[in-house]
Design a protein. Structure first.
Length: 343
């Protein structure tokens, strides 16, 4: 019996140790798998605002681009102008441009283009066709002046191509000191058209002008001082006043009022002009001239005109009562008014 109990006791102790070891292992396993305690949450620190920085951009990878063919352009029709070789004058010179005597020689040189050319003298109405000279398109020549040339105002070079022509004029002052002279010193640089016409004359000065009467030809001139509304200093004239008298006109007529002290009423033909008794003279002569400042007086007159440079545009010179030289001319070729000035 002693041997069986201890063996049984030993077996029970062994079983108890096994059970106790399994319980301890289970406890250790449970402790191992328990979740760890949560860590306290710490708020994140604010990050500084990011600043823009240059970012290096990698170049794009080139890719092959298929370029479509350009559209076909619509052809433009260009009209090329046809060049017509018309005439042209490149140069035209005359030396001298002021002569002294009949017989002086003018040297001419020119250069032009075209089929043919000619040089023509220029008169009051333009080129004098019957005196034109055929010349080469470019070249030089001489022209000797004569008495007929004293009426020229210059010379024209005319170049032709077919029926088309072009013209260039050079003005020339042609004088004739060895043919005829002007009646006054320091004359214009032109030849007078004729000798001066001398005549017995009378003159009278007024507050605003003066009058002249010439015997040859029988002519009255009325010169108004100061400019009119158009800016001209004008004069009136009437030829053969005896055939232009108004009814009742008489050199014995008077205006019926005494002149102011130191002034005079004009008489005879000047009086009839002043009172408006002659046709062809403006009716307000008295208002324009005023009273006479002295009696009329006689003097020797002279009248001379230069050669015409333009048709209907004449220039003449008249000696006045005090020896003054008066230049007379129309305001234009239309001759709307007549203008005067002291030379």
């Amino acid at each position: 019996m002693r041997s069986t109990l201890p063996a049984t006791l030993l077996c029970c102790m062994t079983l108890l140790m096994v059970v106790s070891g399994c319980a301890q292992q289970a406890t250790v396993g449970a402790a191992t798998t328990a979740p760890p305690p949560e860590a306290p949450t710490v708020p994140p620190e604010p990050s500084p605002t990011p600043q823009p920085t240059a970012t290096e951009t990698a170049p794009p990878t080139p890719t092959q681009t298929v370029t479509p063919p350009p559209p076909t352009a619509t052809p433009t029709i260009t009209h090329t102008p046809t060049h017509t070789p018309g005439p042209r004058i490149l140069a035209f010179q005359i030396t001298p441009t002021v002569t002294a005597n009949v017989g002086d020689v003018l040297a001419m040189s020119w250069q032009a283009t075209g089929e043919r050319a000619e040089i023509c003298p220029v008169g009051a109405s333009g080129p004098i066709e019957q005196r034109c000279r055929a010349v080469s398109v470019s070249g030089s020549t001489e022209w000797t002046t004569d008495e007929e040339a004293m009426s020229y105002s210059g010379f024209a070079l005319r170049a032709w191509y077919g029926t088309v022509n072009t013209l260039k004029v050079v003005e020339v002052k042609l004088r004739c000191q060895n043919l005829r002279q002007w009646f006054f010193p320091n004359p214009p640089q032109n030849c007078p058209a004729a000798e001066a016409a001398a005549s017995y004359a009378a003159g009278q000065y007024f507050e605003h002008g003066f009058m002249i009467w010439t015997q040859e030809p029988d002519t009255f001139y009325v010169f108004y001082e100061g400019q009119d509304a158009a800016g001209f200093q004008t004069f009136d004239w009437v030829i053969d006043p005896g055939s232009n008298l108004k009814p009742g006109a008489s050199p014995d007529n008077r205006v019926g009022e005494p002149p102011p002290v130191g002034l005079f009423e004009p008489v005879s033909g000047f009086g009839m002009i002043w009172r408006g008794e002659i046709n062809g003279i403006r009716p307000d002569v008295r208002q324009r001239l005023g009273w006479a400042t002295e009696p009329e007086s006689a003097f020797d007159s002279a009248h001379q005109c230069m050669t015409l440079s333009l048709m209907h545009y004449w220039v003449c010179f008249q000696r006045g009562p005090r020896g003054e030289i008066l230049r007379l001319y129309p305001d234009s070729t239309a001759q709307v008014r007549f203008v005067w000035e002291e030379w």
